[in-house]
Design a protein around this ligand. Structure first.
Ligand SMILES: [Zn+2]
Length: 242
């Protein structure tokens, strides 16, 4: 009987080890999409800034063209005024046209200043865009490498998970149905620890003090002992409880 309990405990411990591995593998697999999205966001951030700057440059170009058209319309008007000046014989009209020409010329100069300033801004922006373009290329490459590494890790984890689940099944098939059912019930409630070692007269699962007699029962390995507090199977792991 004694060796029987010991053997069964060891079988359950091996099963628990596999169950724990399955849990860990499942958790690791769940982390992969999150990691992927972190890499993706890093790449997206640079790409979006590049797109925003590109749009800004296009808008500057639109603005510059609009100013150019405005300036051209004014120049046409100035030419028209000059023609009218030549055609008029009235001095006050000549003066008035001269005034209009002056105003329009000032406006043209103002617009040309604006155009110049826009062109300067565009030059700075083009420099920044070049920097961003190489950053986007580098980030894209990095992102693709990271994704490939994650995919490879995912495949490895899935293979190991499949293998470990098979081992769980094999371990389960060797166990008594009742014992297995009980273990599964405890596992569901207390994972990742269904079997707890007794360490320094306490349950290694919930850390509650265990009565002296219970400790002795665990040590003797003559019957199944459960923790009164958490319901875990208790087992003896030696004086130090390792
Ligand atoms: Zn306990």
């Amino acid at each position: 009987m004694q060796s029987n309990i010991r053997e069964l405990l060891e079988s359950l411990l091996r099963l628990q080890e596999k169950d724990v591995r399955v849990l860990k593998l499942e958790e690791e697999l769940l982390r992969i999409p999150k990691e992927k999205s972190v890499h993706e966001q890093k790449y997206e951030k640079v790409r979006l800034e590049w797109e925003a700057r590109k749009k800004e440059l296009q808008e500057l170009e639109v603005q510059r063209k609009r100013l150019e058209l405005e300036a051209q319309a004014l120049r046409d008007r100035i030419a028209k005024y000059k023609l009218q000046q030549m055609q008029t014989r009235k001095n006050d009209q000549y003066q008035a046209l001269g005034h209009e020409i002056e105003l329009a010329s000032q406006e043209v100069a103002r617009i040309e200043d604006q155009e110049l300033s826009l062109m300067e801004q565009a030059e700075i922006l083009k420099g920044r865009l070049q920097e961003l373009e190489s950053q986007v290329r580098a980030e894209k490459l990095q992102f693709e490498e990271n994704v490939a590494a994650l995919e490879a890790r995912k495949r490895r984890l899935e293979e190991e998970l499949e293998k470990t689940r098979r081992q769980v099944k094999e371990a389960e098939e060797k166990l008594d149905t009742e014992l297995l059912r009980k273990y599964r019930r405890i596992w569901q409630a207390r994972k990742p620890l269904a079997l707890a070692p007794v360490t320094q007269d306490s349950c290694g699962g919930c850390h509650m003090k265990i009565p002296r007699q219970t400790v002795l029962d665990v040590r003797s390995e003559k019957k199944w002992v459960e923790c009164e507090n958490c319901g875990r199977f208790l087992y003896w792991a030696g004086e130090t409880g390792v």
